[in-house]
Design a protein around this ligand. Structure first.
Ligand code: HEC
Length: 121
């Protein structure tokens, strides 16, 4: 199961470049950049715990944390969403979600890009 997910992720990663190039769109949009950061093992790695059911490129089905869905409706306040990602322990001191801003795992700019992506979910 895990191997299958890995293979799907690897194949998706490999075909993504040529597909973008085929579009003739060499400027990666903020949403694409945010998606890359959110999905990247070394950056957000959000999909280790969350699923993103409306994103066909989100190949994991993690269910440790609530699904990232309806984000604009549920987190209309961009500052609240930013705070959640910057330091989830502010809202829940017991949380297992890493404090991405406080621990400097992600820069403020990277968090903003991820929010642009989350608002498409
Ligand atoms: C190690 C697991 C883990 C990782 C990695 C993780 N989260 Fe979380 N996240 C959680 C858990 C657990 C919760 C549930 C609330 C709590 O624990 O306080 C949560 C809650 C949230 C919430 C609030 C969801 C809601 O419905 O209330 C958002 C938004 C969120 N995470 C975004 C992210 C983003 C964006 C990333 C990647 C940058 C990320 N998380 C990475 C575990 C994680």
């Amino acid at each position: 199961m895990r191997l299958t997910s890995f293979v799907i992720a690897a194949v998706a990663f490999l075909i993504q470049g040529p597909l973008l190039a085929a579009d003739g769109n060499e400027n990666i949009s903020r949403v694409d950049e945010g998606r890359r950061l959110a999905h990247n093992f070394d950056k957000g790695n959000c999909l280790a715990c969350h699923s993103a059911p409306t994103d066909p490129q989100a190949v994991t089905k993690a269910n440790i944390a609530p699904p990232l869905i309806g984000m604009r409706v549920r987190f209309g306040d961009r500052h609240a969403l930013r705070d959640q990602i910057w330091d989830a322990a502010k809202r829940n001191p017991q949380t297992i979600m890493p404090p991405f801003g406080r621990h400097m795992i992600l820069s403020d700019d990277e968090i903003e890009l991820i929010i642009d992506y989350l608002y498409t979910l």
